[in-house]
Design a protein around this ligand. Structure first.
Ligand code: ADP
Ligand code: MG
Ligand code: MG
Length: 904
């Protein structure tokens, strides 16, 4: 027989904090607090396993459950010296949901279960407080009708309002009619009358009677808590947080204690340290004569817990420290006990019933990024935790928030939302909206802050993207052009905001029923993907010395190297500041996008549109000094550090001139007419450019293109050596799938190498030759690839694309459906798919090492900055990960944590 029920209380506790998979976080911590001897009202937890069986049985309780509940209830009755459903001395309970990880506000709780016509008189007798009893009763009716009778049974109301709102309206009308300001002002007679009218309304609205039997109430509430696991809000929260459906929720049945028994009673919530700043200060709010959610619900302004918690809104209200000093001292003592026991900041709920303090919940508290950093370091300094624990306390993803200016969260709460999209580039920004790259450039020149809105971006928008303070697109996914570029620059960016309808003719954007014009101001939160109307205040990312200290500590444990994806000397410099140990990916093509690239881009276009070999060679010769200069500067910044330079990767048609002006210019340069330019451009069009004539394939057709780039690398290096530098170039061939492609290219490289040595009179010029592994075929024949390649770099964006057969530019239209239907747990372009893409990597590592045991292994997809993926790379035995400059700290921390967790 499966054990479903675990008791907790002052005398008998079965669970503890380690059982939160079975008992849920709330149940496990209630048990733990009871074990610590803290004043926890007795109760029991019905396990998550029971929840799962309940659903397996099609929404029926397992046979043994009811008996089990009665037995456990009897123990609680003994403990409390009260009886559930008793006429004279009735016990009331709460039924509280609690999953493995906290899902704030997502599931249901019912308080005061057991109040009915049989028990009301007895409770009034015992307490001598009629007001309190009817206040508790009206709360029960409001919660129960909503949670158990309506939501759990999925009743859809005709007026679309639901029972809860109807009842709330009745209560508000009463308050208005009688001139009551607070809930606590309502008279006993009015409360009684209200309860009667509530029950009539329920009968009329839900076509059933409000249950008057305490056991019916109890079993109904337990079932409703189970059902709330599949409630709409809970399900969508799980999708976002990647929480599996199979976890289920536990139900905690706990004897009620009452904060609404008069002026010596109260309820409150607190954090053992300030969750916003991390300061070591007890922080919280409380209300006198109140119950349950009153503090959070915001119907009354809660009082400050103590002096440290006073702010502009609440400083006139008495603190608990002032009003009930003894109880505050007890609570403070408990706060210290909990912190030293859990060794982390605790979020607690407490209730005071007629001068006695009870603990109702504790859990590790949510915190801001800065608070997390400060708390971890303080706790280490205070000797509470060791250094490894400190390093593991900070979720690497939150570093993003610390390194970019962000939208002030307080302002954001009040702001008017325009649309939502994918959080492609972190941080916050505001600006006047414009619809073309040219406008972005022009407006920015006049000193304006602009946000560039596009359907999606392409390389021709680059200048405008640079000039804009943020980028917003209606289409595209996390690896779309806009997203990649923005992330690389650390620029605020939101992509795939599908609700935006752009009208290029009128220069307007529509969001639902609202229309915005060019020049209107938006604010973007790129960390969350939220678009707001108007200008919101920003908070500056602090150049935090503690952050540096923290990262130095983390680096001690790291075994993998972290490089950066950088295409310009500026990016390289930024990355160095963030701690990069080299460049894992320098994309040659980016030198044709950036600022001052007009000339280089023009020459590249000339080369692309050349038809004869001579025409092409001439264009290449003109291009050569530009390419060499860019490479020279980047190698110089990264002196003594490895720099992986990738040969031209994208399909050529991406660079073909679109505007008439650009077409004419090229035509003139080539001595042909513009129609001929258009004709040649059309010839370059491919139906599947992603798997078309690109990467190494270009160099097979046009070896002179490879030669020009390789010569630029070697000459730039030679020049640096002559100047006393130590460049460490690594030449990388993209889009390979066959060892002969590598042999072919290697010959060109060796030839260029020899030629450079001779020209510059050098004895050595160290370099490595290697390949991307981004086509599944290449991964599978890694042993052959390694015969020529001295290093592999896993291009996980393309590897994912080709492994899944998902076009990375088009997944925006269906990825959400895959996530919503739990077909995929997460977007594989964000978090590496360890099952299949990961297998390809493991296979390549194994086979590559067989041929070349000292082969260097790296990853240069966007995954290099994702912590779960970084941990995978650590386990797979990679030498380094590489990611955009702003993600370098994230990767450093993730790699350190991976080493600690995997016992390095
Ligand atoms: P949530 O997970 O939404 O916080 P809880 O189960 O913690 O839901 O309960 C909601 C509110 O009711 C909390 O303020 C809690 O402290 C209060 N509450 C729950 N059970 C009891 C109880 N047995 N006695 C008094 N208050 C309770
Ligand atoms: Mg709670
Ligand atoms: Mg690629």
């Amino acid at each position: 027989m499966t054990k479903y029920i675990y008791e907790f209380g002052p005398r008998r506790t079965e669970g503890d904090a380690t059982r939160n998979d079975l008992l849920g976080g709330k149940g496990a911590n209630l048990a733990e607090m009871a074990r610590l001897g803290l004043p926890v009202p007795a109760g029991f937890t019905i396990s998550t396993e029971c929840c799962n069986h309940y659903f397996e049985l099609g929404g029926r309780f397992p046979d043994t459950l009811e008996d089990g509940i009665l037995k456990a209830l009897a123990n609680v009755e003994n403990e409390m010296n009260m009886k559930f459903g008793d006429r004279e001395n009735p016990l009331l309970v709460s039924c509280r949901s609690g999953a493995r990880s906290s899902m704030p506000g997502m599931m249901e709780t019912v308080l005061n279960v057991g109040l009915c016509s049989k028990t009301i008189p007895g409770l009034i007798q015992r307490t001598g407080n009629e007001w309190f009893v009817y206040d508790a009763y009206r709360r029960l009716i409001m919660m129960y009708s909503d949670v158990v009778m309506e939501k759990a049974d999925q009743v859809i109301s005709e007026d679309g309002m639901g029972i809860r709102l109807n009842l709330e309206m009745m209560m508000n009308n009463l308050k208005n009619d009688r001139g009551y300001e607070n809930d606590t002002d309502i008279s006993v007679d009015d409360l009684k009358g209200l309860c009667d009218r509530f029950k009539k309304k329920i009968k009329e609205y839900l076509k059933t009677d409000f249950p008057d039997d305490p056991y019916d109430q109890l079993m109904g509430a337990v079932g409703a808590v189970f059902k709330s696991w599949y409630g709409k809000r809970a399900v969508s929260y799980r999708r976002i947080e990647h929480i599996p459906d199979s976890w289920g929720t536990a139900v905690n049945v706990q004897s009620m204690v009452f904060g609404n028994m008069g002026n010596t009673s109260a309820t409150g919530v607190a954090f053992s340290r300030d969750p916003a700043t991390g300061e070591d200060k007890f922080y919280g709010e409380w209300l006198v004569n109140a119950q349950g959610e009153d503090v959070v619900a915001g119907t009354r302004t809660p009082n400050p817990l103590n002096n440290d918690t006073k702010n502009r809104q609440n400083k006139h209200l008495p603190s608990l420290e002032e009003a009930m000093p003894d109880l505050y001292a007890q609570l403070f003592e408990i706060r210290n006990r909990l912190e030293s026991h859990y060794k982390d900041m605790q979020d607690i709920e407490f209730t005071i019933q007629e001068g006695r303090l009870y603990m109702l919940q504790c859990r590790n508290g949510k915190r801001t990024a800065t608070a997390a950093l400060n708390m971890a370091m303080d706790m280490f300094d205070q000797g509470m935790i060791d250094e490894k624990t400190m390093v593991c306390r900070l979720d690497p993803r939150v570093l993003d928030d610390m390194l970019h200016p962000i939208v002030d969260p307080a302002e954001e709460q009040k702001a008017a939302k325009v649309a939502e999209g994918l959080p492609a580039g972190p941080g916050g920004a505001w600006g006047e909206i414009v619809f073309t790259a040219e406008d972005a450039v022009q407006w920015a020149k006049t000193g304006k802050n602009v946000i560039l809105i596009r359907e999606e971006t392409n390389p021709e928008d680059i200048e405008g993207m640079r000039a804009a303070s943020a980028i917003l697109t209606a289409r595209g996914g996390m690896t779309s052009h806009a997203a990649l570029v923005a992330r690389g620059w650390g620029k605020c960016c939101i992509v795939g905001a599908g609700a935006l309808k752009i009208n290029m003719e009128t220069r307007q954007v529509r969001a639902g029923t609202r229309v915005f014009n060019e020049g209107d101001v938006f604010t973007l939160n790129g960390t969350k993907g939220m678009v707001y109307e108007g200008r919101l205040k920003m908070k500056d990312a602090t150049e935090n010395s503690r952050f540096k200290q923290f990262m130095t500590a983390a680096d001690k444990y790291r075994t993998m190297q972290v490089r950066t994806n950088a295409d310009t000397p500026e990016d390289a410099r930024t990355a160095l500041e963030f701690g990069a140990q080299g460049i894992g990916l320098f994309r040659t093509e980016h030198m044709f996008y950036g600022a001052d690239s007009d000339r280089a881009l023009f020459l590249l276009r000339k080369m692309i549109l050349s038809q004869s070999r001579d025409e092409r060679q001439q264009a290449l010769d003109e291009l050569f000094p530009h390419v060499k200069k860019e490479i020279y500067e980047t190698l110089k910044v990264m002196d003594n550090l490895p720099v992986t330079l990738r040969l031209l990767d994208p399909p050529l048609h991406e660079f073909v001139p679109q505007s008439e002006k650009n077409q004419e210019e090229i035509a003139r340069a080539l001595g042909i007419d513009p129609e001929e330019v258009v004709r040649r451009s059309v010839l370059l069009k491919e139906s599947n450019p992603m798997i078309g004539h690109r990467g190494v394939r270009l160099g097979i057709t046009f070896p002179e293109i490879t030669r020009m780039q390789v010569m630029a690398v070697f000459e730039a290096s030679a020049q640096l050596i002559q100047e006393g530098g130590s460049p460490l170039p690594e030449i990388m061939v993209p889009v390979t799938c066959n060892e002969k492609e590598l042999e072919f290219t290697r010959k060109i490289v060796e030839d260029c190498h020899g030629q450079t040595l001779e020209t510059y009179g050098l004895k050595t010029l160290p370099y490595l030759f290697g390949t991307m592994i981004e086509i599944p075929r290449a991964a599978l024949i890694a042993d052959k690839m390694a015969e020529t390649a001295e290093f592999f770099s896993f291009g996980t964006n393309d590897l994912t694309q080709m492994c899944f057969g998902f076009s990375r530019d088009d997944i925006g239209s269906f990825m959400n459906d895959y996530i919503d239907n739990a077909i995929l747990a997460s977007d594989p372009f964000e978090t590496l798919d360890q099952e299949a893409v990961g297998s390809l990597i493991e296979i390549s590592v194994e086979r590559g090492k067989k041929t070349r045991p000292d082969i260097k292994l790296g990853i240069c997809g966007e995954h290099g900055g994702d912590s779960a993926s970084v941990e995978f790379c650590h386990r797979a035995g990679l030498t380094y990960v590489s990611c955009s400059p702003y993600r370098v700290p994230i990767a450093r921390l993730a790699a350190a944590q991976a080493a600690i967790k995997n016992g390095a």
